[in-house]
Design a binder for this molecule. Structure first.
Ligand SMILES: C[S@@+](CC[C@H](N)C(=O)[O-])C[C@H]1O[C@@H](n2cnc3c(N)ncnc32)[C@H](O)[C@@H]1O
Length: 444
């Protein structure tokens, strides 16, 4: 018996008592055959879920929805993908495990849980956005500030073609490794786990030689020879990402060093990849192809009118210093952090005699860069396509100027008026921003 049937039973027992309001607002919004996933509770999630039911057929909802559990008696692919096995984290970190358990359908599925890249997208939200802006398999989506590749991973799972442009070579490496994990031969994984101590020593020793990693256009892991890691560039890069994750993790842990932590991290990486590949085969998913370009969003190396949608999240002014954040990994890979900072949106500028002058100068640079990037997005989009910008309501680092208002102003001047605005509350005591905006623009 379902909960709804139990509630109906209550009505029968009520005899001739006056009626009391009983429906929930989701009963009004969603037809009876649509059942939401258990953790869908925030307003923006309900908004996106409703948008999905308005935009997709029932067949497509089963395959593509980010927020539904069931359509009639059919369980959605999203549920299957997330439900295979919950993310396993270091058993010492209870709070982290709690976070992943509480967000089982939102963040830790597929390869999204690999490497804690700061400021990355909420994957489930990106899937919902792709659905409501009408992107269908075969269409191409661009993320001009792709970070660790969340947009591209979601696009791949939905069968969309995708292009990611990202300035940081380390983030590009990460995105490529996570994307490759979506379609990987996992037959050697047990062997890799058995030799995790040797792998750790190997990467620890070869720090200087991986400096050549980015000289090759596809970011292959050059200069490395450990017999068991040969044969698959993608597998080697996945293991290297686990190593680089461990290096950063060890700096935050007091009780264990990197060598002791590596087997746990590697096990988690391989389990996540294996689980996704099993479910991909079970569901018969046909992944879209993706291209990660190490480049500058202010000057996209793409022709006019070549993408059917754009989704991105720029740095929130200078809330996060991505170069300082990833310094350890950048240096390991032989990349000069200072050279990278010179083109990082949000870090450019900052000249002047007083602190006030320096902040003013940096904010001016930030807005000039964002205006250029939005212009570039508009240039490469087809007519009628949507450009989605996810941005925080941070105004204390901008002298009171609201970021979302500036983005709307820039997009409008580039021929993309605001089509819809969704507010998303940000949870967590460590966040200084209380909400962020999903701004959906449409190119005229
Ligand atoms: C908020 S993060 C994006 C995170 C991404 N949505 C994800 O899910 O991982 C912003 C990204 O913009 C990148 N970035 C900064 N300046 C850039 C530029 N000029 N061109 C391209 N990317 C840039 C940063 O390296 C950072 O990864």
């Amino acid at each position: 018996m379902t909960l709804q049937m139990l509630a109906k039973g209550d009505q029968n027992l009520a005899g001739n008592l006056p009626p009391l309001y009983q429906k929930s607002f989701t009963d009004v919004l969603f037809a009876q055959e649509y059942q939401l996933l258990p953790q869908v509770s925030q307003r923006y999630e309900i908004d996106l879920a409703y948008g999905e039911t308005q935009s997709l057929s029932d067949e497509d909802l089963v395959r593509r929805s980010a927020y539904l559990y069931k359509v009639g008696c059919r369980i959605t692919h999203h549920y299957h993908i997330c439900h295979r096995r919950p993310v396993q984290v270091d058993p010492d970190l209870k709070h982290r495990q709690n976070f992943f358990d509480a967000n089982a359908y939102g963040v830790g599925y597929a390869t999204h849980g690999l490497f804690p890249y700061r400021g990355k997208f909420h994957p489930q939200m990106i899937k919902g956005i792709m659905n409501i802006i009408g992107l269908k398999p075969g269409a191409t989506v661009l993320d001009p500030m792709a970070g660790c590749g969340t947009t591209l991973i979601e696009a791949g799972i939905l069968g969309l073609e995708s292009i990611g442009v990202e300035l940081s070579p380390f983030a590009c490496f990460m995105a490529r490794a996570k994307l490759a994990g979506l379609h990987m031969d996992c037959s050697q994984f047990e062997k890799l786990l058995d030799m995790s101590d040797r792998i750790f020593k190997f990467f620890d020793r070869t720090r200087s030689s991986v400096g050549s990693l980015f000289e090759r256009p596809e970011g292959g892991c050059a200069g490395i020879a450990l017999k068991e890691l040969e044969g698959s560039e993608a597998r080697k890069n996945l293991v290297l990402l686990a190593f680089l994750d461990t290096m950063g993790y060890a700096t935050r842990r007091k009780t264990k060093n990197a060598e002791q932590l590596f087997p746990t991290v590697l096990r988690r990486y391989l389990a996540a990849v294996q689980d996704f590949n099993l479910v991909r085969e079970e569901l018969g998913l046909s992944l879209g192809t993706s291209r990660v370009i190490c480049g500058d969003a202010r000057k996209l190396d793409l022709p006019n009118d070549c993408v059917d949608g754009v989704i991105f999240s720029p740095p929130y002014s200078f809330a996060i210093d991505y170069v300082a954040n990833d310094e350890l990994q950048l240096k390991y890979l032989g990349i000069d952090p200072a050279a990278l900072s010179a083109s990082m949106v949000g870090l450019v500028g900052g000249h002047g005699r007083s602190l006030t002058e320096r902040i003013k100068n940096r904010v001016e640079h930030y807005f000039r860069d964002m205006n250029t990037i939005i212009g570039e997005c508009s240039r490469v989009m087809t007519r009628g396509a949507c450009c989605v910008i996810v941005i925080g309501s941070n105004s204390n680092q901008t002298g009171g100027i609201r970021l979302e208002e500036k983005m709307i102003e820039f997009a409008t001047t580039h021929g993309m008026p605001l089509h819809k605005l969704i507010t998303r509350e940000i949870e967590g005591i460590r966040n200084t921003m209380r909400e962020e905006y999903i701004l959906i623009f449409r190119k005229l």
